[in-house]
Design a protein around this ligand. Structure first.
Ligand code: ACO
Length: 368
């Protein structure tokens, strides 16, 4: 039995597993056209933004109208100040029990972050993650935690802190391209989680922490590390068909393929693949990744002829971030950094909508 309710006129109880096909929010932030394979952020196709804007510029673009103009005029300075302030989170992170991973340490840092309860918390949260990530990585691996350099952009400072020396400009640009590509993407699972929490009137930190949890799973933001594991396991593209057929026959999914909304190629896959051009000499993987991708697409077509299973964003996320020189254990933490901008925008948008998100369940248990 469905939870009882008084239906408004024209509104019938409806069960959609996974909320597939249900519209649960209105947004001005991003439009995901699943049939056409297009992603538009605030009226601009993703192809016009990624590779052209820095992460800071992308955040200012997405947050327009949600934060005061004076804050958006210099997000680079705002993010830099947030990285410096994030040093206050280090004692809480250091006090954590041993064995926690980077993602968990970042969450602890976020819990300890000084916030004001205003819309400006968006800048502090996203900016601080640019420091909490390399700090958590240093802590998890027993390395000395470096100090942030406020004169640098988030991408440049983060790569510098991770490797202990400045990154090349092409690597910084590659990371910026990635972070802008994944700024926002409709009502994906983590953004929905953030909006549900925000709809209860909870604070921005709580909503972002909820989104963090939702992002971690392998069906969402946890996929790119396993993509690289898959490419490694296959090794020679000549062996791809056998390896992939065995995986599919065993009932396992190929990471980096399939999407809830896209019924064609995820446009972000090509935006990220294009970012490999300046890094090409570093990406010995690219040619073999492309060959393996073709084999996988053909195998998926044979395996599920009735369902379009195309390349999604995570496949080339893995190849690009690997070429930038980021360890695969940091792919999901980096996803959280980039997507935190979208989460915060949706949290602020949900606050304006002011309606509690509370769907119903259908009772299929024992009769009472
Ligand atoms: N490999 C093999 N089979 C797949 C794959 C895949 N990558 N994706 C879907 N299928 C199959 C399913 O097994 C299912 O088959 P069945 O009907 O015989 O059981 C069918 O296609 C439909 O799958 P659903 O899970 O119902 O589709 P949904 O829209 O819910 O899933 C998802 C989308 C979770 C992304 C899925 O395609 C998947 O698991 N992909 C692999 C993980 C991945 O790459 N995640 C990152 C997604 S992008 C992002 O979140 C940023």
């Amino acid at each position: 039995m469905t939870e009882r309710f008084e239906p408004s006129e024209g509104c019938l109880p409806l069960y959609a597993p996974g909320l597939d096909g249900i519209i649960a929010a209105e947004t001005v932030l991003s439009d995901v056209d699943g049939a056409g394979g297009r992603l538009v952020l605030r009226g601009r196709p993703i192809e016009e933004l990624a590779g052209k804007l820095t992460f800071e510029q992308g955040a200012a673009f997405l947050w327009r109208g949600f934060l005061p103009d004076e804050d958006l005029s210099d997000v680079k300075a705002g993010f830099a100040a947030a990285r410096v302030a994030a040093r206050q989170c280090l004692p809480a992170m250091k006090a954590a029990p041993g064995g926690l991973g980077v993602y968990e340490l970042m969450r602890l840092g976020l819990e300890a972050l000084p916030l004001t309860g205003t819309v400006r918390d968006a800048i502090v949260i996203s900016g601080s993650l640019g420091y909490l990530l390399p700090a958590a990585d240093a802590l998890a691996h027993g390395r000395q935690i470096g100090a942030p350099d406020p004169s640098l952009s988030i991408s440049a400072d983060l790569l510098r802190l991770l490797r202990g020396k400045p990154a090349r400009q092409a690597e910084v640009a590659g990371l910026d391209r990635y972070l802008v590509t994944i700024l926002d993407h409709g009502l994906n699972a983590s953004t929905f989680a953030a909006r549900v929490i925000a709809s209860t009137g909870a604070d921005m930190r709580s909503a972002v922490l909820g989104a963090f949890g939702a992002l971690k799973g392998p069906l969402h933001g946890g996929a790119p590390g396993p993509v690289l594991d898959m490419l490694d396991a296959i090794g020679d593209p000549e062996d791809a068909a056998r390896w992939i057929d065995e995986e599919l026959a065993a009932g396992r999914r190929l990471m980096g393929f399939g999407h809830r909304i896209y019924r064609t190629r995820d446009p972000r896959a090509d935006v990220l693949r294009e970012g490999l051009a300046p890094l090409r000499q570093q990406s010995g993987r690219l040619r073999s990744a492309e060959a393996i991708e073709s084999v996988a697409l053909a195998a998926l077509k044979r395996h599920r002829p009735s369902r379009v299973l195309e390349t999604n964003v995570e496949f080339y996320t893995a190849v690009l971030l690997d070429a930038v020189g980021v360890d695969r254990s940091l792919f999901t933490p980096l996803f959280a950094l980039g997507r935190s901008v979208g989460w915060c925008a949706h949290i602020l948008e949900q606050g304006k909508a002011g309606k509690l998100i509370r769907p119903m369940s259908r009772y299929v248990g024992q009769a009472g």
